[in-house]
Design a protein around this ligand. Structure first.
Ligand SMILES: [Fe+2]
Length: 256
């Protein structure tokens, strides 16, 4: 099995930059481009040359570095076809089910609309890793800016069906605030209580709480748990469809 090296680092205030590197094939990709300077410094520190840029969605804190990175490295920029006109420097437009060859790895494109209308995630099954942008966060989920709650819920369900041991890399470090909110919905979920403590400890030490893993999210992330009776009872929605409960959780978090 080929090995994939992964570097995660903070960009801007709370964005994560990620570089992935296949040492055999000598290819390197950035997941999103929050800040070209930081990404170029990381590339130099690792001695890697950027060949690919995988963009999840058009927001400026994910694409602001696109043109500078392309200029500096000549990398090929991949991004969602549905947002192509809003993604600076895009070379290759991808849609759901597309497979991008990256060195010895296949990168699978999963459309996850909701946060933005064309948002995509990149899944590398052989490395057991997925890059989900602003769709799913540790203990949270992205705000629904361009889709509806129902569309967003369908997107999250796609991610929930990935293998449970998939490592999940997200666009932002929002976990501590998410944990506080999650506890208001499920104060008796022991896995969540323990995880919230762990998150506090990591943040106290200035450490990242990401990546996370899908099985942990399924156990503790309220946005993936609208079917759980305790959450439904809390919201007074015992018999509503899952996506209605998801929408209510999203609304509540927006106001928190
Ligand atoms: Fe975003």
């Amino acid at each position: 099995m080929p090995k994939l090296e992964i570097e995660q680092f903070l960009c801007l205030s709370d964005n994560y930059g990620v570089l992935i590197h296949d040492p055999e094939a000598e290819v390197t990709a950035a997941i999103d481009a929050p800040d070209a300077k930081t990404i170029l410094a990381q590339l130099e520190a690792k001695g890697w040359t950027l060949t690919h840029l995988f963009v999840t969605h058009h927001h400026g804190d994910h694409t602001g570095g696109n043109l500078a990175l392309k200029e500096a490295t000549g990398c090929t920029i991949y991004g969602p076809a549905a947002e192509a006109e809003r993604i600076p420097g895009i070379d290759v437009e991808v849609t759901d089910g597309d497979v991008i060859r990256f060195g010895d790895f296949d990168v699978k494109v999963i459309e996850t609309p909701g946060h933005t209308i064309g948002h995509i995630a990149y899944w590398i099954p052989d490395a057991k890793v997925a890059f989900v942008g602003d769709t799913l966060f540790a203990l949270g989920a992205g705000r629904v800016f361009e889709g509806t709650a129902e569309v967003m819920w369908r997107s999250l369900q796609k991610l929930m069906r990935l293998p449970p041991d998939t490592e999940i890399y997200c666009g932002h470090e929002y976990t501590q605030a998410n944990a506080r909110f999650a506890l208001t919905l499920e104060p008796d979920n022991l896995a969540l209580v323990n995880r919230a403590k762990e998150v506090d400890l990591l943040r106290d030490q200035g450490k990242p709480t990401l990546p996370t893993r899908l099985d942990r999210e399924l156990e503790t992330n309220p946005f993936l748990r609208p079917n759980v009776t305790a959450i439904r009872a809390k919201l007074g929605m015992l018999y509503a469809p899952d996506w209605h409960v998801f929408a209510a959780i999203r609304e509540r978090k927006n106001k928190s």
